[in-house]
Write a protein that binds this ligand. Structure first.
Ligand SMILES: NC(=O)c1ccc[n+]([C@@H]2O[C@H](COP(=O)([O-])OP(=O)(O)OC[C@H]3O[C@@H](n4cnc5c(N)ncnc54)[C@H](O)[C@@H]3O)[C@@H](O)[C@H]2O)c1
Length: 280
């Protein structure tokens, strides 16, 4: 019997990947993981300046093709344009990572009220989270999925969060402030709810598209250290069996596994990588 090469299973040579939120902290890392495995990366985010230099640096470092595209994923026409531009350049799309989200840094803190208590949570912020985290993901997957269905092959990886798997431990936010704005912070209800939605959106498409040879999985990361205040880091770490927050490079292995043939018998699954946060 022929032995399958593990190296080959993880190899992405020549594969084309679109990464939404590709200019953000983790989006760039997902793109690097793909590029290091030989894949071409399309970094899509709000405003070209967010992604152009990251795309340039990926090409210089890994010798693959990379390009930045400006897109607001909540706008159908812009999403369709993103897909047209990618197909015009590469002729195909093998991988879609739905990573863009209304995060604390990625648009949330633009509003004074992002961390408001549930009783006073503003309807417009709730709706904005639905629009970016769910409707945006729906539009991107619909547009890219058509290309994948035509090709008879594709992999979609949706990014959720432990916040979509379990309820937040509200105690860890007592007396802590946002690392970005210094405001008192927490996990808003809109974030947890939409991330839970991402998980079943994934399962729906996994069963819907299996016969088209399109696999759809979800990665649920735990919290990444990004200059958080000491009290928060201590509170968070106490809740994690591994005793710390994640490093920003620690999801690369899971991403590469889920977008490559290494996970060829996997669809509809939620891979939780959280230092054990959800284990107890
Ligand atoms: N950082 C963490 O601790 C953590 C933990 C669990 C899950 N996640 C998830 O990982 C993903 C990446 O998070 P991150 O920490 O890199 O956040 P980030 O804020 O650095 O990146 C998010 C990116 O999404 C982009 N974005 C927001 N709205 C958009 C829109 N309408 N159209 C296009 N792009 C848009 C932002 O511009 C930003 O670049 C998110 O889905 C987030 O929920 C992050």
């Amino acid at each position: 019997m022929k032995v399958k090469s593990v190296k080959k299973m993880f190899d992405l040579t020549g594969k084309v990947a679109v990464i939404t939120g590709g200019g953000g902290m983790l989006g760039v890392r997902h793109a690097e993981a793909i590029a290091e495995a030989g894949g071409h990366a399309v970094l899509a985010d709000l405003g070209k300046e967010r992604v152009s230099s990251a795309a340039r640096s990926i090409t210089e470092t890994f010798g693959v093709e990379a390009m930045g595209i400006s897109v607001d994923i909540t706008r159908k026409k812009e999403v369709e344009r993103m897909v047209r531009k990618t197909v015009a350049r590469f002729r195909r799309i093998d991988i879609l990572i739905n990573n863009a989200a209304l995060t604390v840094k990625g648009g949330g803190e633009d509003s004074e009220k992002y961390f408001f208590p549930f009783e006073k949570y503003p309807l417009d912020l709730w709706e904005r989270a639905l629009k970016v985290n769910l409707t945006g993901m729906f539009l991107c997957t619909q547009a890219v999925g058509k290309v994948m269905a035509r090709q008879g092959r594709g992999v979609v990886l949706n990014i959720a969060s432990t916040a979509g798997v379990v309820g937040p431990d509200h105690r860890i936010y007592r007396n802590v402030r946002s690392p970005y704005s210094g405001k008192p912070f927490n996990t808003p209800v809109s974030y947890s709810t939409t991330k839970a939605g991402v998980i079943n959106f994934t399962r729906y498409l996994a069963t819907y598209w299996a016969h088209k040879n399109i696999r759809v999985n979800v990665l649920s990361p735990g919290g990444v250290y990004d200059g958080h205040d000491k009290t928060f880091v201590k509170n968070y770490s106490l809740r994690v069996p591994l005793g710390r927050m994640a490093d920003r490079d620690e999801y690369k292995g899971a991403v590469l596994f889920l977008v490559s043939d290494a996970s060829s018998y996997m669809t509809g699954a939620n891979l939780i990588v959280d230092g054990g946060w959800t284990a107890w």
